[in-house]
Structure formats: structure tokens, C-alpha cells
Ligand binder design. Structure first.
Ligand code: PPY
Length: 498
């Protein structure tokens, strides 16, 4: 519908306080006065842009339609006459200058040799706020490190003389062809780290036959991603269940209509973990803009993620599973299972799969790694006669950086693995090209490792090819993970800000 009203910059600027707060987003003017206290990220951040154009701050954190769907039409005031907005001269911060230098100094993408390299580059070239959000994990960040270490407690038992002149690592995941035994797992807020956000993943995945899981909290809207898909490209959807089930129903059914092939319901986040790195970044932000908020209550302990998570329903329970089964025919997969007991419940609830995951170490700290849980789950399902069952697929995610990690998980009974941060960092560092390079690196590693392991196809990967006997011994020493440690912040961060 055409906007009847055209407003000018000075008119909007008159409404720059708590009693009357207008903002401009994507060329439209909105009256958000009554919404201030409902904003999941708090009133403070909106008031910072009161009377002004908030598009730049809004974009990376919200899908494009968030404001239009959340605000009643009566608060959509009209279009802005673009010529009348006085553009604030943006001060280029020291951090931004350094970022630009780092961007220009990136090595050519062909020089990237492994997935860890992307992380190093991403850290140097993305805003510190984005790094804090993406890299943070909960509490003492023990689980995020364990996710890497656990793979190192699994050792190969390679077979020889098996004519491995040609090897094939393609597979199917939930009935969809996949050129690799992995999928791009959901990570949120892609535009914090790259202006094209998750679309970089979509385009790269299309070129390489890889399945992308779309995150509920992606920066690009669901439809934007689907509209950019290649013909025949396959997608899964990650779902945060809304307190308002009607919103969830519409979202799920819309995804199904658009051809999504699997619904991954996140079940490990009734409340968001404390990611202190992210929370501290918010404090730094607050002190930098303290004068805007005089006299207002400030929630200082949020961080990007916690600030926007209030819509997630903590009352979600096993009782809700039949409802999901009644609203969709997509396969349902529970993402975030950590014990054999819950794996058995999931099987008996009639869902089509589970992801053994601790949410990238971002939820319950000292929860075990997915690869460790896998052994327990397979044993328990087998004992019940539930495994193997082609109608119940088991996935693992967390800490995957090498094809060898993937091969270990498959040998131990996983159908495929999810790769989240590694792809996220590859697009933060180099956009679509980075993701394509990451996929190529995985391919090269699959070829070499499958040859050396004596596995011609994915079906040749059997439990006898690994020694996982040390997997649940949490106190054994493992080799120092030099590559990982060179990118992992420990106390350094504290030293910098205190
Ligand atoms: C995470 O940050 O771990 C997420 O899964 C995404 C997210 C982002 C913001 C609020 C809630 C969840």
C-alpha cells in the first residue's frame, strides 16, 4: 500500500524522547512510544535513535519485517522525505579504522588451509561486538573447549589395502541428497559479521549441494533466503518456539509451504545461557553512550543474545510434541539432546531425529560434548531395539572443524553432523567465497581421510574404525589444541576491560 503521509526529518526530530518517540527504519517513520517498554532489547537502545534514522542499528539484529509485524498499523506514520534527513557525520572510531586495515590485509582466500584459519581472520575483521556475540559461550566456557577436545579423545583404527582409488563421501540427510555428510547449522544474526549475512551461506550452499539450516533469528528474513535459493536447493529450519503458538504455527506452515525439508526444534534453550563475553560488551557499549539515558533504568547484564530472547517459551515440554506433529508433515528433529534417556523419549515420541548438541557450548556449561553423548545414545537405543532405524536419524554438532571429526561421528553412528561457527566465521572473513573455500577444504579432507581410513563410502564407516574408549574420561590429558588455543580468548579479555 502506498504511504499517504510523507514526513520530513525535522518533523521526526521533534519526537525524540520517552513521551513521544518516533524513529525511521528503511525509509518509513514509526511511532514507537508505547512499544518502548515492550522492546525485548530494552527501551534504552531505541531512545538512542529517537527522532532519527535507526536503520543501521536495526538491520543486523532484526529481520526486515520485525517492526512492521510487531507495531500496529496505526503507528506506521508514513514515509520519510529522504532529502530532509540531516545525516549525522559518522565519526570513524579507532576500532573501525583497525578493522578496515585488517580487511585490506587479509591473505587471499586460496591461502586459507583449514577451518581454524577463518576464525583468526574473522576475529580481526568483524566488529568487536559481533566477535563477542559469536565466539562467546556460557559461564567458564568449559563446554565449548570440551567440544574440540572430545574429538581428540577418539582415535582412528584405519584399514589398509582396500583399493581406495575412488572414494565417495556423499550421503542423504532426512531423504535429501547432500554432497557432504554435514549440513550448515543455524547461527543467528549473520549481518553483525558481514553485510550480506546468511545469504552468503545460501549462495555457497547452492553451488556445492550442501543443505542450509535457516535460523529463526537469522538477520536475513526467511523469505529473503528462500527467494535467493537455487532451484532444487534444500533447506532445514531451526525453530525457537514462541510463547504465542499462533506465531509458531504460521511460521512452521509457511516454511513447509516453501519447501523446507526438516524442522529442527531447539530444545536446550528454555533460558539463554550467560555468555559473559557478550554481556561485558554490552557494558562497554552502555558506558560509551551513558548521557543519552539519564534517569532511566538500564539493564546492564544482557548482551545481544539475552536482550532479544524473551519471546522463547520456557514452558515447552514433551506434551507439545503431538501439537507440532499435528501442524506439519515435515520431519521433526529435536535439537539439543544430551542424554540417552531423552534420546529414548524422543524416539518414543515418534519424531524423526535428534541432534546431540550442547548449543555450541552456549547453554549449560560443563554439559558433555555431542560426540561423547553419541556413544551413550547409540548403546541405549540399540538395547531397546530402536537402532539402527532408517526413520530415526541421529546428528551431532559442536566443535566440528575437520573432516576427521565428521568421520568419527559417522563411524560412531551419526547420520551427519552440523557445522555452525566454522561456516559463520568463513563468511565473516570472506563472504560467500569464504564459505565455498570452507566447503572445498572439507572435501579435500574427506578425500584424504577416507583413503587413509580405508573407507570408500560413508557406509564403510563403522564403529570398529575408531577407538572411543577414552571418550568419557574427562580427566585424561589430550594434546594441546594449538590451533584452537591461538584463537580462543581466556582471561585476556578480562585483562583488557578491567
Ligand atoms: C544463540 O545465540 O545461541 C542463539 O541460539 C541465537 C539467539 C540469539 C538471540 C537470542 C536468542 C537466541
Amino acid at each position: 500500500m502506498a504511504d499517504l503521509n510523507v514526513l520530513t526529518g525535522p518533523q521526526v526530530a521533534e519526537h525524540a524522547n520517552r513521551d513521544s518517540c518516533w524513529i525511521i527504519v528503511h525509509g518509513k517513520v514509526y511511532d514507537v512510544t508505547e512499544f518502548l517498554d515492550e522492546h525485548p532489547g530494552g527501551a534504552r537502545i531505541i531512545l538512542k535513535y529517537a527522532g532519527k534514522d535507526a536503520t543501521e542499528a536495526y538491520e543486523p539484529i532484526h529481520p526486515p519485517d520485525a517492526i512492521t509485524t510487531n507495531l500496529p498499523v496505526s503507528k506506521h506514520l508514513g514515509a520519510i522525505d529522504a532529502g530532509t534527513i540531516v545525516k549525522a557525520v559518522k565519526e570513524v572510531t579507532e576500532e573501525e579504522k583497525q578493522r578496515q586495515v585488517a580487511l585490506a590485509a587479509r591473505p587471499p582466500v586460496e591461502n586459507i588451509l583449514n577451518l581454524h584459519d577463518f576464525e583468526v581472520i574473522a576475529r580481526a575483521v568483524i566488529p568487536s561486538k559481533a566477535w563477542a556475540y559469536y565466539s562467546s559461550a556460557s559461564d567458564d566456557e568449559i563446554t565449548i573447549r570440551e567440544n574440540r577436545m572430545a574429538f581428540q579423545r577418539v582415535w582412528f583404527r584405519p584399514r589398509i589395502l582396500r583399493d581406495v582409488s575412488s572414494v565417495d563421501w556423499s550421503t542423504t540427510i532426512l531423504g535429501c541428497k547432500s554432497s557432504l555428510p554435514l549440513y550448515i547449522s543455524a547461527t543467528a544474526l549473520g549481518k553483525l559479521g558481514h553485510p550480506e549475512g546468511e545469504l552468503t551461506l545460501t549462495r555457497a550452499a547452492a553451488n556445492h549441494g550442501v543443505i542450509q539450516m535457516i535460523a529463526t533469528l537469522a538477520s536475513c528474513s526467511f523469505d529473503d533466503i528462500m527467494d535467493n535459493a537455487a532451484s532444487g536447493q534444500e533447506f532445514f529450519l531451526q525453530l525457537y518456539v514462541n510463547r504465542d503458538r499462533e506465531i509458531t504455527r504460521k511460521y512452521v506452515q509457511h516454511a513447509e509451504k516453501r519447501g523446507v525439508k526438516g524442522l529442527f526444534i531447539t530444545v536446550d534453550a528454555p533460558q539463554l545461557g550467560r555468555r559473559e563475553k557478550d554481556m561485558r560488551m554490552k557494558q562497554v557499549d552502555d558506558s560509551a553512550s551513558a548521557e543519552v539515558q539519564k534517569g532511566q533504568e538500564v539493564k546492564k547484564d544482557q548482551g545481544v543474545a539475552r536482550a532479544i530472547s524473551s519471546f522463547i517459551d520456557p514452558s515447552l515440554s514433551w506434551k507439545d510434541i503431538p501439537w507440532f506433529q499435528s501442524i506439519t508433515k515435515m520431519p521433526i528433529i529435536l535439537k539439543g539432546i544430551s542424554t540417552a534417556e531423552d534420546a529414548i523419549f524422543a524416539y518414543e515420541a515418534g519424531v524423526q531425529g535428534i541432534v546431540l548438541s550442547n548449543h555450541g557450548g552456549r547453554q549449560l556449561d560443563t554439559a558433555r560434548s555431542g560426540i561423547e553423548v553419541l556413544v551413550e545414545v547409540i548403546t541405549a537405543l540399540r538395547a531397546k531395539g530402536y537402532h539402527p532405524d532408517p526413520k530415526f536419524e541421529i546428528f551431532v554438532d559442536g566443535g566440528v572443524r575437520r573432516a576427521s571429526d565428521v568421520l568419527k561421528a559417522i563411524a560412531l553412528g551419526a547420520k551427519a553432523v552440523g557445522v555452525g561457527r566454522a561456516f559463520l566465521y568463513s563468511f565473516c572473513a570472506y563472504g560467500q567465497e569464504g564459505v565455498e573455500r570452507a566447503i572445498q577444504i572439507f572435501r579435500d579432507e574427506f578425500e584424504m581421510n577416507m583413503r587413509l581410513l580405508g573407507a570408500k563410502t560413508i557406509d564403510d564407516l563403522v564403529p570398529e574404525m575408531v577407538d572411543a574408549s577414552a571418550l568419557n574420561q574427562h580427566i585424561v590429558t589430550v594434546p594441546r589444541d594449538n590451533l584452537f588455543e591461538s584463537t580462543c580468548e581466556l582471561l585476556m579479555f578480562l585483562v583488557l576491560i578491567i
